[in-house]
Design a protein around this ligand. Structure first.
Ligand SMILES: [Zn+2]
Length: 322
């Protein structure tokens, strides 16, 4: 079924919000009352959200936001969908709308990199003197990224400033291009880079999401898919010549299927085909496979003998009973 009767909205705005904690409570009530789902973060510095629902519901939400003075120009990036992309509705009050945890915070409305529209960004990427930096996490990069982009070895956005400091020679005195999913991460991060003395920093306006939808770029130079933090997990970006860059965790073959390790204490997100996930009992390591609370084995309903046989097939055995 592909009705496209639903929409997923992605948006943010850095703008001072008074009594943000109360505003978050009121927004939660409103969103629930109209049947919207998703995740919205609200802080004194602004709003950052991704929500989903039937078109009439998302439209009502956009009208509701646009009716407020400070959000009258709020830019919603809209994606068609055939279902909700979220299970529940959360509106949370936070210190920051994207946690960067800088020692000294900064206001991206005062200091931020130049915004380049998709066409300008594409042109800048093709310039040989530029350095392209992906500001997202390693597992997001691994599913898809711009061709030639640097992959920071980070698992959380908060780790990025330290990583850049350690790799500063890659960036000083160069033209830097940064990008992220919808643009919100780069707003503050590009400002931070400038404050660090890396002066020539530009960011992709509206993020990868906007770049993929742009009529002229149509996702050109993007390889793989884009990781998203909702039930869809990934979305296509390149509508010209899509390629797969994700690799199966177990055998390295092309793969775009993210699963969580079956061991609830590990829960590592790995790319794996259905076949390999089954072959390796849903676990990312031997320890995870034989973990007594392996959720994958539980869901499959495999008994002791079947587990032993399946482990034997990959040359492993159950640990000796104590
Ligand atoms: Zn694991």
């Amino acid at each position: 079924m592909n009705n496209n009767d639903f929409q997923v909205l992605l948006y943010y705005k850095y703008v001072p919000i008074e009594d943000a904690e109360q505003f978050a409570k009121d927004e939660l009530q409103f969103c629930k009352s109209i049947g919207l789902r998703g995740r919205i973060l609200i802080s004194e510095e602004g709003i950052n959200g991704t929500v989903s629902g039937p078109k009439e519901v998302t439209q009502r939400y956009m009208d509701h936001m646009h009716a407020m003075d400070k959000f009258s120009d709020l830019w919603f990036k809209i994606n068609e969908a055939d279902d909700f992309a979220h299970k529940k509705m959360f509106v949370r009050y936070r210190k920051e709308i994207v946690a960067l945890d800088l020692d000294e915070d900064l206001d991206p409305t005062q200091l931020s990199g130049n915004h380049l529209d998709p066409v300008e960004f594409r042109e800048a990427m093709l310039d040989e003197d530029t350095v392209l930096l992906d500001t997202r996490n390693d597992y997001e990069y691994d599913l898809g990224h711009f061709k030639g982009a640097i992959r920071p070895d980070i698992h959380n956005f908060r780790e990025l400033p330290e990583w850049v400091r350690e790799n500063k020679e890659k960036f000083m005195d160069k033209k830097i291009l940064v990008y992220c999913t919808g643009g919100v991460r780069c707003e503050k991060f590009s400002g931070w880079m400038i404050r660090e003395g890396i002066e020539n920093v530009a960011q992709l306006n509206g993020g990868i999401e906007n770049y993929g939808q742009d009529e002229q770029t149509r996702g050109d130079l993007w390889e793989g898919k884009m990781y998203v933090f909702d039930e869809r997990i990934s979305v296509p970006i390149n509508h010209i010549d899509p390629v797969v860059v994700g690799k199966d965790y177990f055998d390295g073959t092309p793969c775009e299927r993210y699963v969580n390790c079956g061991n609830p204490e590990c829960n590592k997100q790995i790319l794996a085909s259905e076949e390999n996930q089954e072959k390796y009992l849903g676990g990312c390591t031997h320890e995870c496979r034989v973990h007594p609370r392996n959720r994958y084995i539980k869901a499959k309903g495999w008994g002791h003998d079947e587990i032993v046989a399946r482990l034997a097939a990959i040359g492993e055995t159950l640990p000796a009973e104590v």
